[in-house]
Ligand binder design. Structure first.
Ligand code: MTE
Length: 317
């Protein structure tokens, strides 16, 4: 344990760009793997898929991830690039009062308090698989409501073809944003039909309680058929746009992270396979968690594949 002052980064944290780039590539490939001397590619492809069949099972029938894993093994780069950083540092995030800016091509726009946003909606509990692009996955009971129900309230116009989302950015509260690790604010986007799809959830809680800050309190997205990075946390802005919005990961590594980012075992990440995933569930260890086959659209193909009919998913990855 270190007794580091979290507001004051140590000199070693101010990483020169090339070192930082290399380190970040390793981190994206799986935080602990470099410690074992494994490369990113080996991380995805060394283990053969288990004999388990690739037929999608409802997430609700699968073994769940423990709350303690889901809330301590996170990606929230605004609080650091290590998996344990968000749980350690996110306590500084002010989640109340919270407001969300609604902007762009809609009849109603403006600033809304979190209470305004949530009031008309009934929260429901839904168990979804979340598959991270790094090759691990979890099964989490989320609490929220369909994003589409919120979007409809603002009456998007015919020019609204996409929806863009921004995370809060505050250098005091979110120490990771003092460094150009990503293009801040963290930005994500969905095509309008993806945003309106009933599976797309705006989430305020998990495991029957409010979201912990490290999981994106007070409001995050969960898009279960896409890689986890589309599930943007701590949202402060939602904009209806005509053009495809810029997204932080695509801006940072366009050849590796596309706009669509549908979970697709047939399209490898340029540096590792996406054919299997480490399922962090139950009491198995995180690093040596069960390796299971990755399913097209993360197992939700029957519900979402039709959104992409006629699209070349290698090109639109
Ligand atoms: N949202 C913001 N604002 N910042 C992030 O770094 N990481 C993404 C996504 N949302 C991220 C984010 C990634 S890479 C993943 S896999 C999921 O959050 C992880 O969600 P979890 O920590 O709740 O499992």
């Amino acid at each position: 344990m270190t007794s580091r002052n979290h507001n004051q980064p140590s000199p070693s944290e101010i990483t020169p760009e090339p070192v930082y780039q290399a380190r970040r590539r390793l981190l994206m490939a799986g935080a602990a793997l470099p410690l074992l001397g494994l490369g990113a590619c080996e991380a995805g492809s060394s283990d053969a898929p288990s004999s388990q069949s690739a037929t999608p099972r409802p997430a609700a029938e699968e073994e769940q991830t423990r709350f303690e894993d889901a809330s301590t093994y996170n990606n929230f780069y605004e609080f650091g690039t290590g998996k344990a950083d968000p749980a350690r540092y996110a306590h500084t995030l002010q989640t109340a009062p919270w407001s969300v800016q609604i902007a762009g091509h809609a009849e109603e726009t403006g600033s809304f308090t979190l209470e305004d946003i949530l009031k008309p909606h009934t929260l429901e509990d839904r168990i979804y698989r979340l598959r991270c692009v790094e090759g691990w996955s979890m099964v989490i009971p989320w609490r929220g409501f369909p994003l589409g129900d919120l979007l409809k309230r603002f009456r998007p116009t015919s020019k609204a073809k996409y929806v863009s989302f921004h995370t809060k950015v505050d250098k005091q509260e979110m120490p990771g944003t003092r460094y150009p690790v990503l293009n801040w604010p963290y930005r994500e986007g969905l095509r309008m039909d993806e945003a309106m799809h009933p599976l797309t959830l705006l989430v305020t809680g998990m495991y029957g309680r409010d979201l912990p800050r490290q999981n994106g309190a007070p409001l995050r997205l969960v898009v279960p058929w896409k890689y986890g990075f589309k599930s943007i946390k701590s949202i402060v802005r939602i904009e209806f746009t005509e053009k495809q919005p810029l997204t932080s990961w695509n801006l940072s590594q366009p050849s590796e992270y596309g706009f669509y980012s549908n979970v697709n075992p047939a399209v490898d990440h340029p540096r590792w396979s996406q054919k299997t995933e480490r399922r962090i569930a139950g009491t198995s260890s995180r690093l040596f968690a069960n390796r299971v086959p990755t399913l097209p659209f993360n197992g939700y193909a029957d519900q979402v594949a039709s959104l992409y009919t006629g699209m070349d998913l290698r090109k639109y990855f």
